[in-house]
Design a protein around this ligand. Structure first.
Ligand code: FAD
Length: 404
């Protein structure tokens, strides 16, 4: 058992940390408060190749492992979690196309996505269904060589900036089990009938817009059905969400570490009753508890990332037919659902607690919009909701434990 990052990962982490200190941290507060779109940060992320973190090198990506992906999201979130959101669901979409796309789909899209020339997102949630994705009502009716799509998607981060929008929909609403009638269709944003109808107001996670999308009779070639066949969309989405959970868990580590670093610094400077507040045991215990939970989250996240890489490798090397629609039980052997769910839950709950504890240590200044602590506190709750709420993920873990 080796708890050390490789030298390559350490060098990568260090160059990312420099980038974040130079290009993100100093601007985050102003960009967040002004609502200005972080174009310069997007350009910096492109330059570093971070729109293609796990995209295979053959398709123009960095072809990195999932621990490296976690390092990216952790480092960026130390500076600003909103900036991590610029490449969050984009990375999940790339992963889905890399793992499940036909060769023609990979050749058409991956290189542009990896370069950031094309951007993407993930359109799963609807006004009437979030956790219960099999209860969505967006329809994709197949007529000859076209899919005609009608429905509404909501809370779709980056939709406004995405050239390609992967939409989860029902191609056969009467299928049993329901997931066999679900597909992912890659919809170009300029498809007639597609409207980004509004941006949704948010407590935090500013930077990327989170939007509602209306699809009104959008006609898309059947060749845009991910993997070339209908009926696999739910499996494809759930599989890619594993990487989404690693990225959310890593964002939690970034927020928590930033909260701890700021709390340590403040507690060494702020004096009360004639001495720095870091000499009070009540404050010391808060710092110690934060450090314990952060390190536990980090180790669990890196472990989940390694487990995910192993399962993905086995899936890509498989010789059986377990990716066929309906073969969910055997398909699950290629998944790290439980591992990634554990990491996401612990890390997001740690971010909620750490940002609050850092605020307490900062006293009134923690509540001020002039410091960064209040932003960490506003950004953290999303991590418990997105990529599967923590309650839903507890059910995933329980299922894995009991086999039910
Ligand atoms: C800022 C932001 C950005 C987002 N970005 C995206 C995006 O890019 N793409 C996208 O598709 N979605 C996105 N989402 C949506 C997000 O994925 C959903 O909010 C999430 O999946 C939960 O769905 P819901 O909000 O409909 O809650 P619901 O499913 O309505 O759940 C409400 C509550 O009920 C609980 N609950 C539901 N079912 C069960 C059950 N069986 N057992 C126990 N408890 C249950 C939930 O845990 C939750 O506490 C975003 C959300 C936010 C806030």
């Amino acid at each position: 058992m080796n708890f050390e990052l490789s030298q390559t990962q350490l060098d990568f982490k260090s160059s990312l940390s420099e980038f974040v200190k130079r290009e993100i941290s100093p601007h985050a507060r102003d960009l967040e408060h002004s609502g200005e779109y972080p174009e310069k940060i997007v350009a910096g992320l492109k330059q570093l190749g971070l729109f293609g973190i796990t995209v295979p090198v053959d398709f123009g990506g960095l072809g990195l492992d999932s621990v490296s992906l976690a390092i990216v999201f952790e480092e960026i979130s130390k500076g600003w979690m909103g900036a991590a959101g610029l490449i969050g669901t984009h990375s999940v979409a790339c992963e889905m196309i890399s793992n499940f796309g036909t060769l023609a789909q990979k050749e058409s899209w991956l290189e542009k996505l990896a370069a950031g020339t094309y951007r993407s997102c993930l359109a799963l949630t609807e006004p009437g269904a979030g956790s219960d994705l099999q209860g969505i009502s967006t329809r994709g009716e197949i007529y000859n060589d076209e899919v005609v799509i009608t429905g509404t998607k909501t809370w779709i981060t980056n939709a406004r900036r995405s050239e390609l929008i992967p939409v989860l929909l029902k191609t056969d609403p009467n299928a049993t089990p329901r997931h066999r009638g679900m597909s992912i269709v890659i919809v170009p944003r300029d498809t007639p009938g597609l409207t980004i109808s509004r941006d949704l107001g948010k407590l935090g996670y500013k930077g990327p817009e989170t939007c509602e999308i209306v699809l009104d009779g959008c006609r898309v070639p059947v060749d845009n059905i991910l993997g070339g066949e209908p009926g696999r969309g739910m499996i494809q989405a759930l599989s890619a969400l594993q990487l989404g959970r690693i990225n959310v868990a890593a964002r939690g580590i970034g927020i928590s570490q930033s909260a701890l670093d700021k709390a340590i610094e403040y507690a060494s400077q702020r004096e009360a009753f004639g001495k720095p507040i870091n000499q009070f045991q009540a404050v010391q215990c808060k710092l110690a508890d934060m450090a314990i939970s952060i390190q536990a989250s980090r180790l669990l996240t890196y472990w989940a990332a390694c487990e995910y890489d192993k399962s993905r490798e086995a899936f890509l090397d498989r010789t059986d037919s377990s990716s066929e629609p309906g073969q969910v039980p055997s398909h699950k052997k290629y998944r790290a659902d439980m591992h990634t769910a554990m990491a996401k839950i612990l890390s997001s709950e740690t971010a909620l607690v750490s940002s609050l504890e850092a605020m307490r240590i900062h006293g009134a200044y923690g509540y001020s919009t002039e410091l960064e602590i209040e932003r960490l506190y506003r950004d953290a709750p999303l991590l418990a909701i997105g990529e599967g709420t923590n309650d839903i993920l507890r059910l995933v873990i329980a299922k894995g434990l009991t086999g039910k």
